[in-house]
Design a protein around this ligand. Structure first.
Ligand code: FAD
Length: 323
């Protein structure tokens, strides 16, 4: 049976986040001939229409209200609810990003939708959409389906491949006027201060070079940053490194940090505590560099290098420079 699917696109610094394109791929998979609609908010929403249509949207609803330029729960809730009322979707997807994690429970609770969050796969079984999501800090996976009514799911970045861009596709674009009253906003973003560099976004990076307490100091991150630059990777960290003030908490990966699923994860001087593994053990290929051959990180690693990271990392950088 065909389904109408709505994707809330996530835009950062004027760029669509890759996970929004991955949501469109999942939407195309479950629509079975139904309409795939993308919703995009903010002053430059109209500039995203082509890319969304090239990646699978049949229809794009833009809400260009400048009150949506910076995410706030109240403003996004109002706009998103109006898009849902207008498009009446059977299924809703958004990325499991900071925005998706915040807005999805509010929408689901207010509209009485079944919510499955942080999904890593979407399939069909007995006519139902079945979502796979990790549990117990990534140690096991559970399959879930919503019994009745509309379904809302957030998708973990880097798990479902986006569709190849098809530039011959064009979507029906429609601007929706949404009045957002000033006094309905209980919070206001006054200033945005970025703690991370302008480099590759950690949660969507294809390659992550992460450092732990083994880097020994803030300067100890330099060889990792050089390797990351050569590989086009993002730099991440264990909580051990953050707690020791070698780097900012924005880089923390794990149970209480970011969850990443890159194609390649290079762990340098990280012991592999369960709380760290919760954030990275689903990476496709894991390389661990640690001078302790008994370190737990080797139990999840595809490739292990027993050695001093200050010898190994610069060697890798030199070798990758030659490629
Ligand atoms: P360590 O455990 O100290 O390991 C350092 C490693 O570096 C060692 O294995 C050592 O052999 C190696 N090493 C040292 N020098 C070198 C060298 N020169 N070359 C190569 N290897 C070297 N942790 C997270 O990471 N993320 C989380 O989100 C998180 N959430 C937590 C939540 C809770 C509620 C709790 C209780 C803990 C949490 N932790 C988290 C902390 C976690 O338990 C570990 O303490 C932390 O991950 C350890 O960081 P580490 O591996 O960098 O440090």
């Amino acid at each position: 049976m065909s389904k109408n699917v709505l994707v809330l696109a996530d835009v950062r610094d004027g760029e669509l986040r890759n996970v929004s394109l991955e949501c469109l791929a999942a939407a195309s998979q479950v629509a079975e001939g139904g309409v795939v609609t993308a919703a995009v908010f903010g002053s430059d929403a109209k500039g995203q229409v082509d890319k969304l249509s090239h990646h699978g949207a049949d229809q794009v609803v833009t809400v260009s209200n400048p009150k949506l330029d910076q995410y706030t729960t109240d403003a996004y809730f109002q706009a998103f609810k109006q898009v849902i009322d207008k498009t009446d979707p059977d299924v809703i997807f958004t990325g499991h990003t900071a925005v998706g994690r915040d807005v999805s429970p509010r929408i689901a609770a207010r509209l009485g939708l079944g919510l499955v969050s942080d999904c890593t796969a979407v399939d069909f079984s007995d006519g139902k959409i079945v979502f796979t999501r990790p549990i117990y800090a990534g140690k096991a996976f559970v399959k879930k389906a919503v019994r009745e009514g509309k379904v809302f799911a957030t998708l973990r970045p880097n798990n479902i491949a986006a569709l190849e861009a098809d530039t011959s596709r064009s979507a029906v674009a429609e601007e929706l006027e949404v009045d957002i009253a000033e006094d309905s906003l209980r919070t206001l973003v006054k200033e945005l201060v970025r703690k991370t560099s302008d480099g590759v976004d950690l949660s969507e990076a294809r390659i992550v070079v992460a450092g732990g307490r083994g880097v020994k100091s803030a300067d100890g991150f330099k060889p990792l940053e050089e390797l990351a630059e050569v590989l086009g990777a993002a730099v991440g960290a264990s909580r051990g490194a953050c707690d020791a003030e070698y780097c900012d908490y924005a880089l923390q990966i794990g149970q209480t940090g970011k969850v990443v699923t890159p194609d390649l994860y290079i762990a340098c001087g990280i012991s592999g505590a369960i709380q760290h593994l919760a954030g990275m053990s689903n990476s496709k290929v894991i390389v661990a560099i640690n001078k302790d051959p008994e370190a737990s990180i080797f139990s999840v690693a595809d490739y292990g290098i027993v050695g001093d990271l200050f010898d190994v990392v610069p060697m890798l950088t030199e070798e990758f420079k030659k490629v």
